[in-house]
Design a protein around this ligand. Sequence first.
Ligand code: NZQ
Ligand code: ZN
Length: 387
Amino acid sequence: MQNFEYCTPTRLLFGRGVVDQLPEVMKPLGKRVLLTYGGGSIKRTGLYDKVKQLLHDFVIYELSGIEPNPKYTQSVVPGVQMCKEHHIDVILAVGGGSVLDCSKAIAAGACYDGETWDLITYKVQAQKALPIVDIMTMAATGSEYDSGGVITRTESNDKLGYIDPLLFPVCSLLDPELTFTIPLKHTLAGVADAMNHVLEQFFCEDHTILNDAMCIGALRTLMTHVQRVINNPNDYDARAEIFFTCTLACNNIFSLGNSPSRWPLHAMEHTLSAYYDITHGEGLAIITPRWMKHILNEKTLERFVTYGTQLFGIDASLPAQQIAEEAIQRTHDFFCQIGIPMTLTQVGIDDSRLAEMAAHTQRVSHLEKAWAPLTEQDIEAIYRASL
Ligand code: NZQ
Ligand code: ZN
């Protein structure tokens, strides 16, 4: 078992009605609030009005229209300007992972005199960030319980993870009822995203029985409850279990003591959504079984056997190779069965830029150093197999 350090300073308030605690959460953090949100879902659901009413004592400025795959120039830069101009004390992010990720970059940029991009690219280490509170309305990224954000710069096709302990939210308010209105497409993409967060941690060199059990439990929870939510979007318990699993899945809890993973699926997907602005969870679902097939070899076999027997209940007495292949097929079938588009063609990606994207992924993420090393040619082959 490897050494590790773990500290998550984020306070979680989880369950029905927790949003009512917002004023009490916000009061110690200051009066001047930047309220950030996306393309309007919070207005349609009534959450916007509720937040405004709860915070009637506060001075509120608003940054709206934060896009999925949040953009540096369109959203981060104006947000930083607003914080500086209006002397903002605290950022309140209300929406999905994109809104929160964007808010994290803004929080750091607001306390830095230079270009925020210097921080996102780690050219300069942030010394300070504004406090962030969030009301998360999507079950997916786990941004509500991690210290990272992912920001896209369209001009250079960059989609970069920006991680710094300063970016942990002070408090995340998580009411599963707020996730009832997520459109089916994003519900499924969110589940696929969280499943991938687990898989990225499961597939590594050194691992523990405890971590394997947590990973398999998380995957089983997501795969079981998504079926219930497809049948009934207002199934509170199913939504709640999915939400909490998503919250935990990106926080590294499931891999404490494991050897690190380079998160190759995320590296490959971030390039796809940087170039084509596709939905993150869909991109991940599409490449996952192709990546699995590509890396299956003598060294990786044991992980697939554990995965196949423990998650899918495949007969452990079968030959290992057969178990592994069956597990990969079942992974593919699961995504198909719940209704996620499972080819790049279906999400509007053709073969014209695969080599360029593979080179980009490798330049940014160095997957030759991954547990199952990938060359640029391997990455291109995985993209091609996903078409
Ligand atoms: O923009 P609005 O109108 O709010 O609509 C959003 C958006 O269209 C809608 N939505 C969210 N909650 C809703 C809702 N619609 C109705 N009811 C609700 N309750 O859903 C759409 C997608 O929202 P978005 O925030 O983009 O989704 P998600 O939470 O999946 O975030 C995706 C982004 O997070 C990054 C992804 O790469 C992508 O950029 N990631 C962030 C991570 C992190 N911070 O740790 C890790 C992940 O691996 C991921 O890379
Ligand atoms: Zn993800």
